[in-house]
Write a protein that binds this ligand. Structure first.
Ligand code: DGL
Length: 262
């Protein structure tokens, strides 16, 4: 394996850009090729067969470009990691979220917000039962919040309404919840908005742990980059949707391009 190959990151849209923030802090010398299928998002409202079909196409695209590892930044895609094929190591954001919860959650109640497909897959319950069986989970999904974040983030009234619709039922069901896993990669983009409505809620962004796990893998296998770093983003939709998220997350990138996923 060539250690100077980039890291592949894939997501249904702009959400996986939240993995680029910890990348730029923890692995600032690594090159990245990012693929976001904004044209087809939300994946979270699609059946498993379609999620796996398009996710596999993105993995194949990244492998054709040449990558040394792939971060599945999308929880909805990570829910079906067992159905995906790759020659390079795939890192699941769901696994990272559960590891992060194990390390940070102090009480026995935990909330998770995610897409409909992620919640319906039962992946968080299964994995948390293995990593922290003592924690009681309360999950809720949103059909529309990821899409609002992807393409209407400036509509604050709509955004706040969708946030409340998603989180209020969790707090009502278990008022002891102090920690909330952002189980959809789009949600950390609106951490500030969530915390201004729920100031005492501790938000867990699984992408941070995912990048820590990647760093450990690269270091242990002598795969850290020694060449010049480049950050390339591909989207299947119009690039202006990405531009808003890039600005919000204060990311440094070299190339942003619209491509087709065939
Ligand atoms: N990025 C996806 C995730 O993390 C959510 C967005 C979608 O529904 O496409 O689950």
């Amino acid at each position: 394996m060539d250690r100077n190959l980039p890291i592949g990151i894939l997501d249904s849209g702009v959400g996986g850009l939240t993995a680029l923030s910890p990348m730029q802090k923890l692995l600032p010398d690594e090159s990245v090729i990012y693929f976001g299928d904004s044209l087809r998002m939300p994946y979270g409202n699609r059946p498993k067969e379609e999620i796996v079909f398009y996710a596999q196409k993105m993995i194949d695209y990244l492998q054709d470009k040449g990558v040394k590892a792939i971060l599945l930044a999308c929880n909805t895609i990570s829910s079906h990691i067992d159905s995906l094929h790759s020659d390079v190591k795939l890192f699941s954001i769901v696994e990272a979220g559960c590891m992060a919860a194990k390390e940070t959650v102090k009480n026995s109640s935990l909330g998770i917000i995610a897409t409909c497909a992620t919640v319906e897959s039962g992946v968080y319950e299964k994995m948390m039962a293995k990593t922290c069986p003592e924690i009681t989970l309360t999950l809720n999904s949103s059909k529309s919040l990821p899409k609002v974040i992807d393409s209407q983030i400036e509509n604050t009234v709509l955004l706040n309404e969708k946030i409340r619709e998603c989180i209020d039922p969790i707090i009502r069901e278990d008022s002891a919840i102090k920690d909330l896993i952002l189980g959809c990669s789009h949600f950390p983009i609106i951490s500030e908005e969530i915390n201004s409505i729920y100031p005492s809620l501790h938000l867990i962004d699984p992408a941070v742990k995912q990048v820590e796990m990647l760093k450990e893998y690269l270091t242990q296998n002598d795969l850290t980059n020694l060449s010049k770093r480049t950050i390339t983003l591909y989207t299947t939709a119009e690039t202006y949707e990405f531009a808003a998220a890039i600005k919000r997350l204060k990311l440094e990138i070299d190339t942003l391009m619209k491509v087709e996923l065939v």
